[in-house]
Design a protein around this ligand. Sequence first.
Ligand SMILES: Nc1ncnc2c1ncn2[C@@H]1O[C@H](COP(=O)(O)OP(=O)(O)O)[C@@H](O)[C@H]1O
Ligand SMILES: [Mg+2]
Length: 310
Amino acid sequence: MQTPIIQLTDVGAAYNRGRERVVALKNVSLTINRGEIFGLLGPNGAGKTTLLSIVEGLLRPERGAATVDGIDVLTHPTDAKQLLGIQLQRSALLDDLTAAELVRLYAALYEVDLSAAQATELLGRFGLSDKARVYARRLSGGQQQRLALAVAVANDPRIVLLDEPTSALDPRARREVWDMIRQLHDEGRTIVLTTHSMEEAEALCGRVAIIDAGRIVACDTPASLVGNLGAAPMLKTALELPIDAVRPLPGVRAVRYTGQHLEVETTEPQLTLAALQQMATDRGRIIGEVTVRPPNLEDVFLKLTGRSLN
Ligand SMILES: Nc1ncnc2c1ncn2[C@@H]1O[C@H](COP(=O)(O)OP(=O)(O)O)[C@@H](O)[C@H]1O
Ligand SMILES: [Mg+2]
């Protein structure tokens, strides 16, 4: 039995930029259930941060309703906030405070009194036990993001909202943060995260809402989103051939270029590859590295919006 824990109904939001009115969300309705890792996947400017800001009670929507565990965030923002842990933007940590001081400060904002020992214990859960007395600005990018997670759960919240928790991290630091997000989830918390990375959404999220230009264009499990696309595998290689020549080859359903790469959606990768090889040879060219991958969320985004995610 699924219990809704965050609900948005027909939410509209806009900002004033000088005389201009920038519409950031249009008629967004969304239900996130207790215990999910739920992802908001979309490119820069899609409205992800705006959506979180509304749930956090930091931005008032123009229209619609938002509740957290049944509490209306517009009429009872303080009660709603008690249930939430919020990940800070990285830059906000760059104060002259140590890791332990930051954790205790943020706990105190929620009227939770952490001792120095408790703060160190909490930091230890995020692999930062030896960093308690280190200034936040002296930590590496990955350590800062893990500190941001520790700060987000300093008040032991049931719901944790993470805004792009791994952007700008190298692959290894990113995986470490993923493991810690999974750990927070294993402790029974509901996690909502925003990302523009389809790998991140596929790696972490039970369900994903794809958001583009202020609208939610699809919402489901990654497997269903990809499955409903009915797409064939993608064959990718660095080879320049006219699209019109590739389209009639056996198995080919669609052809496009992404950067230097020819991407061919094909039901018969072997046959298509053989034909591409022949075509390349006829033109005195050699095919470089070839990869074949199953369809993914990037393809879903492209199909739904006509644009690529990044
Ligand atoms: N403080 C602001 N003032 C004016 N426009 C804003 C502000 N914050 C966001 N926007 C605009 O609202 C839209 C959605 O932004 P945002 O929610 O930050 O998207 P995302 O987090 O998906 O990158 C964008 O067009 C952005 O330029
Ligand atoms: Mg954002």
